[in-house]
Design a protein around this ligand. Structure first.
Ligand SMILES: Nc1nc2c(ncn2[C@@H]2O[C@H](COP(=O)(O)OP(=O)(O)OP(=O)(O)O)[C@@H](O)[C@H]2O)c(=O)[nH]1
Ligand SMILES: [Mg+2]
Length: 195
């Protein structure tokens, strides 16, 4: 059994003051609203309803922290790029994300979820740039790969790998079929070695 199954919900933070102690290591999951971040965390940890998923974009408004062991965490970030969110909320989201990325010493890796049918949007590129500025290891999950044929999947993976170059690694992923779970865990394993 994988140690990811030992994961537990820690807390949801609406402000930086609520983040758990900045000790140990953590990997954050970022991506557009509805890209499948919460579903990916559930698939990777093998826990069906650990992170709440929704058909309504913008559901996860908090930064949700989960821990496998003390000082070893996965972080479900609120989705970006959802136009129907009121401007004040977008502003709050932006400030919360900036303070998270600027402060968080324990952040050792970033997973960016992109719907494999709509990858590389402007907001995804901005997230990649933040990761680069922070010199964070970055891995792209091309999600919902079950919606693509084999050849469509290969094509999108080639395109994304070409576009991001050395900035990030990328793979196809499906929370529904669990395709790519082992590969995703290998990235997490590398980032989550307790310092
Ligand atoms: N077919 C398919 N649907 C998926 C997959 N992963 C997620 N979904 C669906 O996509 C929708 C959004 O998934 P979530 O995991 O809630 O997405 P999220 O990125 O956490 O969304 P926010 O928290 O709103 O930003 C849900 O209806 C999921 O069931 C997948 O691998 N395959
Ligand atoms: Mg979510």
């Amino acid at each position: 059994m994988s140690y990811y199954t030992r994961v537990e919900y820690l807390l949801g933070a609406w402000q930086a003051a609520q983040f758990p102690d900045d000790q140990g290591v953590e990997v954050a999951f970022a991506g557009r609203s509805n890209s499948g971040k919460s579903s990916a965390i559930n698939a990777i940890t093998g826990r069906i309803a650990l992170a709440r998923t929704s058909k309504t974009p913008g559901r996860t408004q908090l930064i949700n922290f989960f821990s496998m062991q003390p000082h070893q965490r996965l972080v479900d970030l609120p989705g970006y790029g959802f136009a129907k969110v009121p401007p004040a909320m977008q502003q709050h989201w932006h400030e919360l994300m900036v303070s998270y990325f600027e402060q968080r010493q324990s952040l050792t890796g970033l997973v960016i979820l992109m719907d494999s049918r709509h990858p590389l949007k402007d907001t995804d590129l901005q997230m990649l740039e933040w990761a680069q500025q922070r010199q964070l290891r970055c891995h792209i999950l091309l999600s919902k790969a079950d919606k693509l044929t084999q050849s469509e999947g290969m094509k999108v993976m080639r395109e994304v790998r070409n576009a991001v170059g050395e900035t990030a690694t990328a793979q196809l992923f499906s929370a529904t079929t669990r395709r790519g779970v082992d590969e995703a865990r290998r990235f997490l394993d590398d980032c989550l070695k307790v310092k």
